[in-house]
Design a protein around this ligand. Structure first.
Ligand SMILES: [Zn+2]
Length: 255
């Protein structure tokens, strides 16, 4: 049976999401920004928490783990490279490891850059990817612990997923990201269409995700840093893609 998801906003602008396998009843929280919001989502769905899949060590992704672990005795899966900074870890994972949630099978993709050990979880048969703070809709995470080269390589790994893969990210930043993206590619029609969609979703008080890999490839400037015309428009014709990416990231930091 196909995976089900339950998306919710929590803390200031974090997304939380539950991943549910209707066949076995298993349910994973992707990160645990705060226990109360995860529990509210569990109550709303009637699902029981069996696993927490952690993307990285930042507190706004791990703050709810201890309380949830105590209450549900759930398994906590975390990136090997950051396990020391994450509470209650039962299992550490690395590149290409498989992670089961009941009958659902995910694959670990190491996506360092935002943090040095950040990972994403791709559930291939269900066309879902949980990217934490690596990729946002029309944006990407700040490069805090890694280098721009590292972050660019991580984004390329996500960009290689099938176009119809649905992306669940860690924050609702889409509107601000679009304002910035228009300074990089003002004539990008996919970006203009995405802005119209996000405006409509805002009026309806709906979240702007999930988007898809295909949509992000068309409209997210951070995934388009290897387009010659984009490099040229930034005065970086002929520069390696990671340098173009670094320039876009730097401009966003100052935006
Ligand atoms: Zn973070």
């Amino acid at each position: 049976m196909a995976a089900q998801t339950q998306l919710f906003l929590c803390l200031k602008d974090n997304f939380g999401v539950l991943l549910h396998d209707p066949g076995s009843g298993a349910t994973a929280a992707i990160d645990a920004p705060e226990a109360a919001a995860v529990e509210a989502a569990l109550r709303a769905t009637g699902w029981r928490l069996t696993d927490i899949l952690v993307t990285h060590h930042h507190h706004d992704h791990t703050g709810g783990i201890e309380e949830l672990k105590q209450r549900y005795r759930c398994r906590v899966v975390a990136p090997d490279a950051e396990a020391d900074g994450i509470p209650e870890v039962d299992e550490t994972v690395r590149e290409d490891d498989r992670v089961r949630v009941g009958g659902l099978e995910g694959r670990v993709i190491e996506t360092p850059g935002h943090t040095a050990g950040h990972i994403s979880y791709a559930f291939g048969p269900d066309k879902l990817v949980f990217v934490g703070d690596t990729l946002f809709s029309i944006g990407c995470g700040r490069v805090i612990e890694g280098t721009p080269q590292m972050m660019w390589q991580s984004l390329l790994k996500l960009r290689d997923l099938p176009d119809d893969t649905r992306i669940y990210c860690g924050h609702e930043y889409t509107k601000a990201n679009i304002s910035f993206a228009k300074t990089i590619e003002p004539a990008n029609l996919a970006l203009i269409r995405r802005e119209q969609e996000v405006t409509r979703l805002g009026v309806e008080h709906k979240p702007t995700i999930p988007s898809t890999i295909g949509e992000e490839k068309a409209a997210n400037p951070f995934l388009r840093a290897d387009l010659p015309e984009l490099a040229q428009s930034l005065g970086l014709a002929g520069a390696p893609a990671w340098q173009v990416f670094a320039e876009i990231r730097e401009r966003k930091n100052k935006f």
